[in-house]
Design a protein around this ligand. Structure first.
Ligand SMILES: *Cc1c(COP(=O)(O)O)cnc(C)c1O
Length: 242
């Protein structure tokens, strides 16, 4: 395939374009492009199309529903690292630890305890992020800033689950600059938490989606979660989690 200035029509072309934009944003921020992990968010995308991305070199995939992941994970190569980016209900914790290597949506100390018990029982290692609800939007999931220390205290007792950082899903806005203050605040919150919990390995920031991943990288994202820019527009009922 040739590189060029034509709009990328294939998933492989989209992937290449996104990687170039990631590298550009990282360089602008004086960062190593290799410090940013791209998670391709494949919710609602058919397995054959997801496979195209994997064959083009994508290593990490994200889903927001446990049930949908349960259907798709067996159809894709076992080398894929799966990330749960949507809300996790207690009754799906066991299935989640079997399917996912990382959970980005820990929103309470209680959910973290349940994940730890399930991961221990299943003999799985799991990475976790605390999803922070900075906007205080009651319709959205996520822990409040003031809950973070309690969650970090529980994390210090975990062996199977390693809490690695924070995640945010800012209020939707097509203007990426509107997300910047949320991204900046999340990174500050992580730095402050690291200061209070020096033994924790808090080195990851999961933020940035199709419209704002470059801004997120400029603000310190180490994991970006990109769906539509990679796989194209989705149909309906793609939000939420389960
Ligand atoms: C759907 C989703 C994404 C990807 O969003 P796009 O706008 O398609 O890039 C990222 N994070 C979460 C939590 C999502 O639910």
């Amino acid at each position: 395939m040739t590189a060029g200035h034509f709009p990328a029509a294939t998933i492989a072309g989209n992937l290449r374009a996104i990687r170039e934009r990631i590298a550009g944003a990282a360089r602008r921020a004086g960062r190593d492009p290799g410090s940013v992990t791209l998670v391709g968010v494949s919710k609602t995308v058919a397995p054959e199309r997801i496979r195209e991305a994997v064959e083009a070199g994508l290593l990490d995939l994200g889903e927001n529903r446990v049930q949908e992941a349960r259907d798709k994970v067996p159809l894709l190569p076992p080398t894929v690292r799966w990330h749960l980016v949507g809300h996790l209900q207690s009754n799906k914790v066991n299935a989640a630890v079997r399917l996912f290597g990382a959970v980005h949506s820990v929103d309470s100390a209680d959910l973290l305890r349940q994940l730890e018990r399930a991961a221990e029982r299943e003999g799985r290692a799991l990475e976790a992020f605390v999803q922070i609800d900075l906007a205080g939007e009651t319709t959205k999931f996520g822990a409040r800033e003031e809950d973070l220390d309690e969650i970090l205290k529980v994390a210090a007792t975990c062996r199977a689950v390693e809490l690695r950082g924070l995640m945010i899903l800012p209020p939707y806005d097509p203007d990426p600059e509107r997300s910047r203050p949320y991204f900046r605040r999340l990174r500050e919150l992580l730095a402050a938490a690291r200061g209070r919990h020096p033994a924790a390995r808090l080195d990851r920031v999961s933020m940035g989606m199709s419209e704002d991943f470059e801004v997120a990288i400029e603000e310190g994202a180490t994991v970006v979660r990109v769906g539509r820019a990679l796989f194209g527009e989705r149909g309906t009922h793609a939000n939420g989690g389960g």
